[in-house]
Design a protein around this ligand. Structure first.
Ligand code: NAP
Ligand code: SF4
Length: 674
């Protein structure tokens, strides 16, 4: 069979060892390292990906000492006792032809604890903890700790280590002037500042021998003021090669950068041009990364000569079988990562175990098990939104006979609106995935069909995934013709005027504001437009890619007001890793965000409210209601009377603060047990 992905699936020869393909499952902190039975769970998580065909895995970051912790008591490797626990992971992965490297990550000033250290005592803008400059002797002992950690990784059975030198962590803090103001031999000019990483690599190589993979994650584009210039990055890459690094991985941006680098609105493979610039400068393989989520994109990167290997982290949460599906020329069966961060990074940053919005099994492999059913049931799922689709496809995959009834003419529910938001085009992929799964597992889909409770007795089980109805707030004049719901807007039922007030500033209020304020095509589909909008210099004449540059987000032609009753920051409830992007974008487009309002009435003039005892009238053409949801569960009781095995899931079960993550998680867990 001719492969659609010949470059991606080509082995990579490293001399003393080889990788079965060009796919790296990139490092991702999952939080499993720190929980009860963490190593068993980690082993199951990584084993599923190794079984799924990936060539090389890099674990989440493990600190070489307690000062390098990401957060108090996060994972570190300082003893043989702990190393032996890691063998559960390495043995599980080595059942397959997959290599695994352990990432050594010292957080430096990003460490969310009082013991953190850095090159200089310059506090990180994204942490409440101050930092202490390492003394010269502490630098030596930190290097020793990196070396000890590498030796222990080898003892634990890893095929190598990845030294985390990017994303603004300790090594990166030594490399750049922004954070290194030392005047000893570890600071001052660039040659001194890069001594720290080079010494670490040199000493590790000496101790672990030649036949042990050393990957260095090099910050090629810092995206912060005072970061490295391109010439400096190239110089360091060449020195790293000389010092014994086998592979260089690309790091893009620091955690404190104010440029989105992996969120869903970032175009696919938006940063592979950075790795491409490095191709030919060194003779060791280069890995590229960031927002690569399909085998087609990965293949194109390699065939265009942008890199030797492709790293994907989140796509392996979304689908452990990514590589096998590509290998069998069935890319349409891949459950695509949509870049939402909702269950992976947002969890990790909140200290919760990561998972995946589109695949709740991720990191929960020992908890949610999809066995083939021993007793085939006839199941009807009512509602083709995220909850209904997940339930139907999961139950059918397990061997049940499933009918999916949807009253509209298409599947997808709220996802059909989400996909229309500029920057959220990835939702099309989730819908494509469900379409393919419905067909593969022979779910009988009945569109344009209204389910009546009397039909409930025809099935063994009835699953109501009937979703939500938008909340209609009790405001005088709420039925005025100026008032429309977000569904009217996103389904294009109304031509929204040039001035709009949005009641409610949750996820949907922000989405509608983005939709109404957008001009032209989505920048998510054009790397050059995206870089221009965010002020990134693709010619790399600007230091760190951004110095002297300014974002140029186009202003909206409409007057848009985004309102909430709460007194706090507007949009405070948005995702931890993406909320700032939405707030920043809308602010720059001149969308007015107003908190602490009390709505009084709506009339021909517009929306009336009081704020700080003052009466305000927004003379707008339309008022869009984005005030949350109520469960659409009206048929539950009558269905239950007909069929005791009636269950209600998703928004129909619990609408308050519901999102697709919770809906899909609940649906899959329930379908795993039926
Ligand atoms: P939501 O996040 O709960 O927001 C509802 C908004 O309506 C709040 O701003 C609330 O603020 C306001 N509100 C609530 N009751 C009101 C009332 N009676 N009168 C006036 N205003 C009222 O709900 P949503 O925006 O509909 O989103 C639904 C779910 O989908 C959420 O869980 C959301 O996180 C998720 N979602 C996420 C994203 C994302 O980008 N991550 C995008 C879309 C949706 P006040 O009470 O302060 O006025
Ligand atoms: Fe991708 Fe979202 Fe899943 Fe994270 S939660 S892996 S971003 S789909």
């Amino acid at each position: 069979m001719n492969s659609k992905f010949p470059n991606l699936l080509k082995p990579l020869d490293l001399g003393f060892t080889s990788l079965r393909n060009r796919v790296l499952m990139g490092s991702m902190h999952t939080g499993l390292e720190e929980v009860k039975n963490g190593y068993t769970r980690m082993a199951a998580y990584f084993e599923a990906r190794a079984k799924g065909g990936v060539g090389l895995i890099v674990t989440g970051g493990i600190s070489p000492n307690f000062r390098g912790w990401v957060a108090p008591f996060s994972s570190k490797l300082t003893s043989k006792r702990t190393a032996r626990k890691h063998r559960l992971v390495t043995n599980a992965v080595h059942k397959y032809d997959t290599k695994i490297c352990m990432q050594i990550l010292h957080s430096g000033r990003y460490g969310y604890h009082p013991f953190n250290v850095s090159a200089s005592s310059i506090k990180s803008p994204i942490s409440k903890f101050k930092t202490k400059a390492l003394s010269e002797s502490a630098i030596q002992s930190t290097i020793n700790d990196f070396v000890r950690c590498s030796k222990l990784a080898k003892y634990a059975g890893y095929d190598g280590v990845e030294i985390m030198g990017s994303e603004g962590y300790l090594i990166n803090q030594f490399i750049v002037k922004r954070t290194n103001r030392r005047n000893d031999k570890w600071g001052g000019d660039y040659i001194n500042r890069i001594k720290f990483p080079l010494e670490i690599v040199k000493r590790i190589r000496l101790e672990v021998g030649k036949e042990f993979i050393i990957i260095f994650r090099l910050s090629m584009l810092d995206l912060v003021e005072g970061g490295s210039s391109w010439d400096e990055v190239v110089h360091l890459a060449k020195e790293l090669e000389k010092t014994g690094v086998n592979i260089i991985n690309t790091g893009i941006g620091w955690h404190e950068s104010r440029i989105p680098t992996i969120a869903t609105m970032v175009p696919r493979a938006a940063f592979s041009w950075v790795t491409k610039r490095m191709m030919g400068e060194v003779n060791i393989p280069l890995i590229t990364t960031n927002r690569i989520n399909t085998p087609e994109i990965a293949e194109k990167i390699l065939s265009d000569g942008h890199a030797d290997m492709v790293s994907m982290a989140r796509p392996f949460l979304a689908d452990p079988e990514f590589v096998n599906k590509a290998m069998s020329n069935k890319p349409e069966e891949i459950n695509t990562c949509i870049g939402c961060n909702q269950a992976c990074l947002d969890h990790a940053f909140k200290g919760k175990v990561a998972s995946c919005l589109v695949n709740p099994l991720a990191c929960h492999e020992t908890e949610i098990i999809l066995n083939n059913t021993l007793k085939i049931k006839s199941i009807v799922v009512v509602g083709g939104g995220p909850a209904g689709l997940s339930y139907a496809t999961t139950a059918a995959q397990r061997g049940h006979k499933v009918t999916l009834i949807e009253k509209s003419n298409s599947i997808g529910g709220q996802f059909n609106m989400a996909k229309k938001i500029p920057g959220k085009e990835e939702f099309y992929e989730t819908l494509r995935y469900y379409q393919v799964m419905l067909k593969k597992y022979k779910v009988d889909v009945k569109l344009n069909t209204l389910f009546e409770p009397v039909m409930a007795d025809k099935y063994d089980n009835v699953i109501l995934a009937t979703g939500i109805i938008p909340r209609k707030p009790k405001i005088k004049g709420i039925d005025h013709p100026k008032v429309v719901s977000y569904i009217d807007v996103l389904k294009n039922k109304v031509n929204v005027g040039s001035s709009v007030a949005l009641i409610g500033a949750g996820g949907i209020g922000f989405d509608v504001a983005e939709y109404l304020s957008h001009k032209g095509e989505s920048t998510s589909i054009s790397t050059s437009s995206f870089m221009k909008e965010w002020g990134v210099d693709m010619s790399f004449l600007a230091r760190a890619g951004i110095e002297g540059m300014k974002p140029s987000l186009s202003k909206t032609d409409r007057k848009i007001y985004l309102l909430q009753r709460k007194n706090g920051k507007v949009g405070a409830g948005l995702g931890k890793t993406t909320g700032w992007i939405h707030r920043f974008t809308l602010r720059n487009k001149d969308v007015k965000m107003i908190n602490n309002v009390t709505y009084t009435k709506i009339d021909d003039k517009g929306l009336h409210f009081t704020r700080n005892q003052k009466e305000v009238i927004l003379e707008v053409d339309h008022i869009v209601i984005c005030a949350g949801q109520l469960s659409n569960n009206s048929i539950f009781e009558s269905c239950k009377l007909v069929n005791l095995n009636t269950e209600i899931i998703g928004g129909a079960f619990h609408a308050s603060e519901l999102d697709a993550k919770k809906a899909i998680d609940q649906a899959v867990r329930s379908a795993a047990k039926v």
